[in-house]
Write a protein that binds this ligand. Sequence first.
Ligand code: FAD
Length: 416
Amino acid sequence: MRIIIVGGGIGGLALAAGLRRHDFEVSVFDRDLDIAQTGGYHITLDGRAQAALQELVEPEIFERLLGSSSALRLRARDAFWDRHGRLLGHGPSLDDNPGVDIDRITLRTILADAAGADLQLGSPVTDIARTPTGAPQALLADGTTVSGDLLVGADGAHSLVARRLAGRATSEPTGIIGFSGRTAAGDLGAAERQRLGPRSSMVLGPRTTALYIGYLDPVGNAVLHTTGPRESVTTGPTYIWGAMFAESAATDALRALRGAELRSALLTAFDREGWRRSALEVIERAEPGSIGAFRFNAASTRARDLAPWPAGAVTALGDAVHATPPTAGMGAGAAIRDAASLVANLRAVAAGTVTLPVAVSRFEADMRVRGSEVLVAAMRTVGLMRATGSPLGAAATTAVAPVLAAAQLLAHRHRS
Ligand SMILES: Cc1cc2nc3c(=O)[nH]c(=O)nc-3n(C[C@H](O)[C@H](O)[C@H](O)COP(=O)(O)OP(=O)(O)OC[C@H]3O[C@@H](n4cnc5c(N)ncnc54)[C@H](O)[C@@H]3O)c2cc1C
């Protein structure tokens, strides 16, 4: 059976690796010229995503992935702060959390190794069609066409394949725009390093402003005690942050800025909403070249709205079907789990126990449930952020935060 995959991102490469491992004929086409020339920061792989990866890739590849990852269980509990830098509370203990964080670039690079020669870079797909015999076909920008028994759109949130299947876009902007960057912990002043500590933090401000500060340390918090070289792009304790704002003409204009200019514009945007400068040091000290914009798109949270097409020889997975904002850290994991489900169903076709339409239908049913679950989780934070945009929400954020901060301070004094 020959499978054409449009898109060599996280889901497409995971699928290609799994199909290759089980001797299917695969071709993956991605428009990118260089696998490592991609944006993105850390990706969380929960226990289910790791189990899916173990099914998809050879043990040696899985070990390389873990060898470049940072263990969540070695992190201190997450902290919640107000915009003045006052502690509001902590998240649950991470001691038993099996999750790992990995740089998106490292994850994609290692998965590309697993996909091997089946990946063709610099190959944008311009449309899909059918051959005279009804086989699905991808039309490439260089004028060539490729056909197979199954075509899978793994082409991300603005998927061409899913749009052709659904007859409309499968996701829409959430009204929130994110800007991400990375800051080495060593570049912060001692007091801020002490305040943030070896943990991730979340700050929710009024009028749809928020700052997520993720902590990544694939060496100090190594998942595996390997003596071999680590492939991670992140080499020391690092904060990977995401500044979030409501989309407006003003925040949209920031997308045109780069480097130090964008960094200072972000600080000004927080200043306008009354954020204290000392609570923004992680942005102030960020590597200018690491800062980029990130528009949050989302699909419907309702399972029945996802993959709204009859099952057949063209399907899609990952963000193409259930575009998920990064607010729950589950989008990439869900795409990997989609890939494992599709491989398992196609193996049943190869074994002759089911037909291709039945296998695709089972895979899509499974994906609708999974997609809805991750979207509900991700949209909870988006909903909270939107709520702070109303006058009532802004007043509540301003009024409640000092009370929670004072309670934390008292609890801390009581302990020490
Ligand atoms: C640049 C970027 C950075 C991200 N950073 C983060 C992050 O820091 N943290 C986080 O939690 N999530 C991040 N995400 C989201 C997360 O990576 C996705 O939820 C997850 O990768 C979903 O996997 P996917 O395979 O469905 O889509 P993607 O990984 O987005 O892959 C889609 C692929 O399709 C290719 N493609 C699209 N259209 C075509 C076409 N017509 N022809 C050929 N190729 C095409 C794209 O080049 C891309 O490689 C990021 C996504 C992107 C695109």
